[in-house]
Design a binder for this molecule. Structure first.
Ligand code: SF4
Length: 207
């Protein structure tokens, strides 16, 4: 029987949360509680929807171009289901896998559960540490300077030589004129300003 993963949202082709074009799974629920978290709607464990891991793995293997990114919410809060997702995807395709966590890698190695250590062992890249608004920085794929990119396999070894700068944001306009954006804001407090501005544009345009 396949596990269920509590999922907040997915996207099949994100270019700003890891190398290349990646299928992104944002899981629902996080117990860490960083001040000014950029995704507060994904902190409660009650939201989102339960998705069978086998079904999601099929979709990732079918649709991902270069890799899978798991963000949230806190992926390591559902480590067993996320580890199963990675194993099922890899059984179909040898995709790069990157995960975010608000824990440090040292904490996961020393105090992590068996499922958390199993997930860690399956990753190519881990972006770790809580978001600290006082240390906000325009760094690659992260929100604050304390967060680190760990290259856990050789798959992306070339990244270490590349400049550590913001990957920017990805904007999409749907057929009904709604605007969606992905990525890590390079400056603090950008989200409310951005969404207010997008709302103003929509209202001005009569949508
Ligand atoms: S760990 Fe991530 S999802 Fe959780 S509160 Fe911090 S920034 Fe938000």
């Amino acid at each position: 029987m396949t596990a269920l993963l509590r999922v907040a949202e997915t996207h099949p082709a994100c270019h700003v949360l890891g190398p290349g074009s990646r299928f992104v799974v944002w899981v629902q629920g996080c117990g860490i509680g960083c001040r000014e978290c950029v995704s507060p709607q994904w902190i409660p464990f009650e939201g989102g929807r339960d998705v069978p891991v086998a079904e999601l793995a099929e979709q990732v293997a079918r649709e991902a171009a270069d890799g899978l990114t798991i963000s949230g919410g806190e992926p390591f809060a559902q480590a067993g289901a996320v580890a199963e997702l990675v194993a099922r995807v890899r059984a179909r395709r040898d995709l790069s896998v990157l995960a975010y966590t608000g824990y440090t890698i040292e904490h996961l190695r020393r105090h992590g559960s068996a499922d958390q250590r199993r997930l860690l062992a399956a990753l190519d890249v881990l972006v770790d540490g809580p978001y600290l608004v006082g240390r906000q920085a325009a760094v690659r794929w992260r929100g604050s300077a304390n967060q680190r990119i760990h290259l856990l396999t050789d798959r992306h070894a070339g990244l270490a030589a590349e400049p550590d700068e913001s990957a920017g944001l990805q904007f999409e306009v749907a057929a009904d004129a709604t605007v969606r954006w992905l990525g890590v804001p390079p400056v603090a407090g950008l989200r409310p300003r951005l969404e207010e501005r997008l709302g103003l544009i929509a209202r001005e345009a009569g949508f």
